[in-house]
Design a protein around this ligand. Structure first.
Ligand SMILES: Cc1cc2nc3c(=O)[nH]c(=O)nc-3n(C[C@H](O)[C@H](O)[C@H](O)COP(=O)(O)OP(=O)(O)OC[C@H]3O[C@@H](n4cnc5c(N)ncnc54)[C@H](O)[C@@H]3O)c2cc1C
Length: 316
């Protein structure tokens, strides 16, 4: 086995990058592991971050670049690798990746989350052929075409506004008769004259020969069905935690040694100090069980986790 790190950080999104800055400034021996070649997490696919204090209107990629450069200022050791398994029993934690096994006295899980699937027929087969989970990444392919956005939260509405700028028509399919998105976003959406709301409706199938051609929609109130002719479907119906590598369970009393307590949706249970049920293991950012998943709350978690780890490492 190689060196023993004070801290290994799993994931270089806003939470992991912030933790790296705080840990290096505290002169900890840190390894930051990220599976993607570009650091920044979900924000690298975000057109604009308009609610991060002090930097209004900055693109997600620009914010990610600034955070990542800030980490490099402190000469942080980084590894591009996918974490596949953790052994968290005992004082020394083992982190298994596709590039080898690494050991640390403490770990921050900062692997964020990923978009939820609808789970309907045609979704998987047509992913990349009209089905997308990222309007910022794929929206440009649908210039002057007709698309549907599925969802009613901030991300769905942001996606619809973004797509309405270049698409001929945008349907927004939402299972309720009002949106959950912030009021400012709703105002901007309703001002787009090429957006049509499809209220109280769910998608039941996505179809097409080589590319998306139609979505089948069912009205949840009167059970009527209809079909919309679209070239693309953008799905924004929430997220699931990136916890595949995390040993854990939802029943506190049934946990074995080295297993983390997860909430009903699979997020890692930890308080504001980000400490989990296992000493030396912390969860920061979107992977933590909490009410609001944003850049500002992820960054706060990264800082709080390292503050707690500094105390843990000296036995305070
Ligand atoms: C479309 C969209 C728009 C958004 N807009 C805003 C906004 O305007 N304002 C705002 O505040 N927030 C916004 N958010 C939310 C914000 O992006 C997240 O809250 C934030 O990125 C969470 O940071 P994080 O570091 O916890 O996780 P993430 O950003 O998810 O980063 C986790 C990192 O861990 C890596 N990882 C995952 N699994 C592994 C593994 N097994 N091994 C190694 N690495 C791994 C991932 O590749 C990723 O880089 C938006 C999100 C989306 C999807």
């Amino acid at each position: 086995m190689g060196e023993l790190y004070d801290l290994i950080i799993a994931g270089a999104g806003p939470a992991g990058l912030t933790a790296a800055i705080y840990a290096r400034r505290a002169e900890l021996k840190v390894l930051l592991i990220e599976k993607n070649y570009i650091s920044g997490g979900q924000i690298i696919n975000t057109y604009e971050i308009d609610n991060y204090p002090g930097l209004p209107g900055l693109s997600g990629m620009d914010l990610a670049t600034k955070m990542s450069e800030h980490v490099d200022k402190y000469e942080t050791e980084r590894l591009t690798a996918e974490i596949q398994r953790l052994d968290l029993a005992g004082d020394i934690k083992k982190i298994e990746t596709d590039k080898g096994v690494f050991e640390a006295k403490s770990v921050i899980l900062a692997s964020g989350n990923s978009p939820s699937k609808l789970g309907v027929r045609g979704e998987e087969e047509l992913t990349g052929m009209g089905v997308s989970y990222c309007a910022t990444c794929d929206g440009a392919f649908f210039r002057n075409r007709t698309v549907a956005v599925v969802g009613g939260g901030d991300v769905a509405v942001e996606d619809a506004i973004f797509l309405a700028r270049g698409c001929k028509k945008v349907y927004v399919i939402h299972r309720r008769n009002e949106l959950r998105a912030a009021k400012t976003l709703q105002t901007a959406l309703f001002a787009c004259d090429n957006v049509e709301m499809v209220w109280d409706s769910v998608v039941t199938e996505i179809s097409g020969k080589d590319n998306v051609e139609k979505v089948a929609v069912s009205n949840v109130k009167d059970n009527s069905t209809s079909e919309l002719e679209v070239n693309g479907v953008f799905i924004a119906v929430g997220n699931v935690p990136n916890n595949l590598y995390v040993p854990g369970g939802r029943d506190k009393d049934a946990l074995k040694e080295g297993e983390l307590l997860l909430d009903a949706k699979g997020y890692v249970v930890a308080g504001e100090d980000c400490a989990t049920n296992i000493p030396g293991v912390y969860a920061a950012g979107d992977i933590r069980s909490k009410a609001l998943r944003q850049v500002s709350t992820a960054v706060a978690d990264g800082a709080n986790a390292v503050y707690a780890i500094e105390k843990y490492l000296v036995g305070a």
